[in-house]
Design a protein around this ligand. Structure first.
Ligand code: FAD
Length: 408
């Protein structure tokens, strides 16, 4: 786009805010409008299931002063349709020269007429926090990243927590059953009743109707079974959708001048040779750099080695890379782990407090999950990016720095 013009950004989360920041940071002097459905300034979501849930934090606003961005910030306004170069919201129409879709993701819910909580917004989190009093019985459906983090906080607050998981291990869909199995012990040690292989049929007043006919009574029920990209409002827009807004490597949609970024965007990954969508904070932070550059006439590709972290049961879990040519990652979608051609190598004793799981494709490190080993994570990230061959024996030895496992 030739400056100045009019850029409209839909979605006031991290990806939306970062897009505005990057446009201004690159000297864009045209009009910028940020349309966000939530009534508050952009805020950070990762603390919602961690420090905010335990009460160590009350506010996660990303930036209190948006004035330096010289943007028209329209909070509490929802985009409802996109047609022929005009964005329509519940408050009016916004013509644009460039439009950025950053509408994030929406939690999946279960059938049933009982009250089920989800954990996506700060209101969700504050409401739940109020309910997590000592002695409360909490049922969490789903032993994924959010389920594990919420269970961690809830036991800390004195709750009696049951987690129901349909798969045979936690995190099976994200990092595979071998690693997931190890994390099951963390639940038990924290006093959480983890029930694996247990599906849930519906949420009823006072409890859960379980698959197979059982019943679990609970004061509070949280559904944490994943999210879907927030794209239904685009159904008739002509913008191609494919597990989110389909974008190319430059984060351009099928419609001229329209870009997508963050949790809602499924981008063509050059590195992995297929379209991928990640629900990672790191993507929402960095992909807007590429969007802003390309709005301003660039032709940059977004080609990250994906990175994600989680804090559960007193442990820092970090994951970098991507498993399986079939599109497996640590996001809300896909399945990782064994069975996809990669070889799993343990680094350190996985029954201990600090260890790592490394996945090799041939001689190359393609993914790494670390528990309590941030330095390994950093070094592993560089090895994965560089695609250098490694020695599995040295990789498995925690006394040898990970970077020294490179074959010379
Ligand atoms: P969002 O943050 O979802 O923002 C999208 C915004 O768009 C929302 O405000 C939404 O209301 C708005 N919107 C939607 N539709 C419309 C519309 N039609 N019109 C206008 N506005 C609209 N990631 C990690 O890597 N590590 C973690 O530890 C971690 N922890 C997390 C914990 C929780 C509880 C949650 C919920 C997420 C966590 N994540 C974590 C994921 C990370 O927060 C997301 O990847 C990130 O927030 C995505 O940013 P986004 O801007 O793409 O989407």
């Amino acid at each position: 786009m030739t400056s100045p013009g009019q850029v409209v950004v839909v979605g006031g989360g991290l990806a939306g805010l970062r897009t505005v920041e990057e446009l201004r940071g690159r000297g864009y002097g045209g009009q910028v409008t940020l349309v966000g459905a939530e009534p508050r300034l952009p805020y950070d979501r990762p603390p919602l299931s961690k420090k905010l849930m335990t009460g160590a934090l009350d506010d996660t606003t990303l930036r209190h002063d948006l004035d330096p961005l010289h943007a028209e910030v329209r909070l509490g306004e929802r985009a409802v349709s996109l047609d022929d170069g005009v964005l329509t919201t519940d408050r009016g129409e916004h013509p644009f020269d460039a439009l950025v879709l950053a509408t994030g993701a929406t939690p999946v819910t279960l059938p049933g007429d009982g009250r089920q909580h989800v954990l996506r917004t700060i209101e969700d989190a504050l409401e739940l926090r109020e309910l997590l009093r000592p002695g409360v019985t909490l049922a969490i459906v789903g032993a994924g990243w959010i389920g594990a983090e919420l269970a961690t906080a809830a036991v800390q607050l004195g709750g009696r927590v049951t987690v129901l998981e349909a798969a045979q291990t936690p995190l099976a869909a994200a990092v595979g059953p071998e690693v997931g199995r190890l994390t099951a012990q963390w639940y038990a040690a924290a006093g959480v009743d983890l029930r694996l292989g247990q599906g849930v049929e519906s949420v009823r007043p006072g409890g859960l109707a379980l698959a197979g006919g059982g019943w679990l009574a609970a004061d509070v029920i949280v559904t944490a079974v994943g999210v879907r990209p927030t794209v239904s409002w685009l159904a008739d827009s002509g913008v191609a959708l494919d597990n989110g807004v389909a974008v190319d490597a430059q984060l351009r949609t099928s419609a001229a001048g329209v870009f997508a970024v963050g949790d809602c965007a499924a981008f063509e990954s050059l590195r992995y040779g297929r379209r991928l969508r990640f629900e990672h904070w790191d993507v929402a932070l960095h992909a807007p750099e590429v969007v802003a550059a390309n709005i301003l006439g660039g032709s940059q590709a977004y080609d990250p080695v994906p990175y994600f972290w989680s804090e559960q049961f007193g442990r820092m879990v970090q994951y970098v890379g991507h498993l399986g040519a079939g599109g497996r990652g640590a996001g809300g979608q896909g399945t990782g782990g064994d069975g996809y051609g990669e070889r799993l190598v343990w680094r350190g004793d996985p029954s201990g407090e600090r260890w790592a799981a490394a996945w090799l494709a041939g001689e190359r490190l393609v993914a790494l999950l670390t528990v309590g080993l941030p330095r390994d994570l950093l070094q592993g990230r560089r090895l994965i990016s560089a695609g250098l061959p490694v020695d599995p024996g040295r990789l498995a030895d925690p006394r040898i720095p990970l970077r020294d496992s490179v074959l010379t």
